[in-house]
Ligand binder design. Sequence first.
Ligand SMILES: N[C@@H](CCC(=O)N[C@@H](CS)C(=O)NCC(=O)O)C(=O)O
Length: 204
Amino acid sequence: MLTFFHSPGSCSNGILLLLNEIDADFDTRIVDIGLGDQRADAYLAQNPKGKVPALKTDDQTVLTEFQTIAYWLANAYPDAGLWPYDVLAQSRTLEALDFIVGSVHMRGFTFVKVPQKFLADDAGKAALQAHGRTEVGKGLLILSEMMGERDYLLGDFGLADAALFYVLDWAKQEGFMLPENLSACHLRLQQRPSFRKSLPLWTR
Ligand SMILES: N[C@@H](CCC(=O)N[C@@H](CS)C(=O)NCC(=O)O)C(=O)O
């Protein structure tokens, strides 16, 4: 049985969606980052990075980093059809995942949501938040261009959409106006059975 380390409302929501998308059998351990659970010794023993998501596989290997876990799930459960066969489509998936997690999340939303992790003074925090908002805004426009007229980011539902989902949630929560195609995709994602299944663990 897989063990999924998750904080509802965080980026691990994207992995929760994928676990339900592939209909995996998994046990969830809540690591509430709002309460600081990620810094507890018991969790650091599993994942010394002190971050969610993490996934412990049947052989007790602990995987970390969103892209890695998404890749592993798609390849460990090939019947779900989440890993494209074509090498260019695979590369586009990795490119989109890295942009969403590495740039829009880490270089944008991190500063919007937790500026206090970097600076203590109010003026510095406000400047960092403003910078984060600019980066998120630019990122949303790039994602909107990337998606164009498609239903999901790269065509059919895929790994990148799981990451897109959590940044779109955050964008709405933080008052960003979503481009029309991203807003429609957000609604489409909320209609997936995997989301309905994820709902009990989606928010704190
Ligand atoms: N690069 C990591 C980022 C994970 C990350 O930043 N997770 C946040 C939640 S969205 C977290 O655990 N924050 C707790 C902390 O930094 O103390 C990944 O891709 O999984």
